[in-house]
Design a protein around this ligand. Structure first.
Ligand code: NAD
Ligand code: TYD
Length: 340
């Protein structure tokens, strides 16, 4: 049998959407010990780790990446770290930017510092294509300047700067991935695709910001996780890697497809006031990652069908996530969004 690449791997944010899929992937890959550190904010849930939480090679720690003592305990004896933990929702960042600085910037710095002290061999920071700002034409390359335009994107760009500073200043072997919009099972229902699906399943309108012609490149969650794993194994420390698919779609088209897949009433698609500073288009060139042997495997049609089937069959999961906290946020974010 092939030697496992890592003896003990720390995955932060492993009870979130992408992190929980990544935990499953690394257990499948045979990593001998996987430690998950997650604060279990509104976005995280142990139910995202159903089926693997009791796995003998998994250890779950509830804790904050901004807390040096919690991080020191989690990273002890680890030879690699993958940092998924973050505040991740742009709309929330417009309402409460400070929380994004605390976790995404300060928390990442605490994690970098503790990883350095623990002497890890690899530190992969999971970033986003939103750090480039809107890309009105063509596709962003890793060498392009970072021009974030909303507080979430700004906090992720700041975190990257700290990560690369730890590489330059202290030789921490840092890698960064910049993934595009991701979707699939276990995504919190306040994000666009699961919000649209669960609203349609509940007979509620799907809010489309502005004209709905903003474009996103959609990446199936398992493809995102394989990309992170590929960069962790084969990437060059000190470098960033874009993750994309080239499957750009305007939001309105995505909503219309979901209506068709769910056989719902098209009049449930409702235009509302746009998000301030809404990036019109994201697009990345991912040829650098392709050179490491990665390619997306799930087409948008296939991924969307799988996602719809999952949410249809898991009303138990998503109705528990559409709780009071969700209702409060929903009222706050959508209350004053009359049709434009
Ligand atoms: P998510 O919001 O579903 O999960 C985030 C997880 O981090 C949750 O489990 C939460 O409890 C945990 N967390 C938050 N603050 C924490 C803290 N201070 N300490 C410890 N844990 C904390 O997010 P996601 O969509 O799975 O995104 C994961 C990562 O991928 C993020 O870094 C995000 O920026 C990045 N990313 C996401 C997308 C996307 O479309 N979802 C695309 C590109 C990059
Ligand atoms: P989102 O899932 O919040 O991801 P991001 O803003 O990080 O790209 O939103 C995806 C797209 O969908 C984005 O262009 C904003 C849009 N959107 C709506 O039109 N209505 C909504 O209610 C939400 C949540 C998003």
């Amino acid at each position: 049998m092939r030697q496992p690449a890592f003896r003990r791997l720390l995955v932060t944010g492993g009870a979130g959407f992408i992190g929980s899929h990544f935990v499953r992937l690394v257990l499948d890959q045979g990593v001998p010990e996987v430690v998950v550190l997650d604060k279990l904010t509104y976005a995280g849930s142990l139910r995202n780790l159903e089926g693997v939480l009791e796995h003998p090679r998994l250890r779950f720690l509830q804790g904050d990446i901004a807390d040096p003592a919690a991080v020191a305990e989690a990273v002890a004896g680890c030879d690699a770290v993958v940092n998924f933990a973050a505040e991740t929702h742009v709309d929330r960042s417009l309402l409460e930017p400070a929380a994004f600085v605390r976790t995404n910037v300060w928390g990442t710095m605490v994690l970098l510092e503790q990883a350095l002290r623990a002497g890890v061999r690899r530190f992969l920071h999971v970033s986003t294509d939103e750090v480039y700002g809107e890309v009105l034409a063509g596709a962003a390359r890793e060498t392009d300047p970072l021009r974030p335009r909303n507080p979430y994107a700004a906090s992720k760009a700041a975190a990257e700067h700290f990560a690369f500073a730890y590489r330059e200043s202290y030789q921490l072997p840092v890698l960064v991935t910049r993934g595009c919009n991701t979707y699939g099972p276990y995504q919190h229902p306040e994000k666009f695709i699961p919000l649209a699906i669960t609203n349609l399943l509940s007979g509620q309108p799907v809010p489309i910001y502005g004209d709905g012609l903003q474009e996103r490149d959609w990446l199936y969650v398992e493809d995102h996780c394989r990309a992170v794993w590929t960069v962790l194994l084969y990437g060059n420390p000190g470098e960033a890697y874009n993750i994309g698919t080239g499957q750009h779609r305007p939001n309105l088209e995505v909503a219309r497809r979901l209506v068709a897949l769910l056989d719902a009433d098209p009049s449930l698609i409702v235009h509302v006031t746009d998000r301030p500073g809404h990036d019109r288009r994201y697009a990345v060139d991912w040829s650098k990652l392709a050179a490491l042997g990665w390619a997306p495997q799930v087409s948008f049609d296939e991924g969307l069908a799988r996602t719809v089937a999952w949410y249809r069959s898991r009303v138990d999961w998503w109705s528990a996530r559409r709780d009071e906290t969700f209702a409060e946020y929903y009222a706050r974010n959508y209350r004053n969004r009359a049709a434009p």
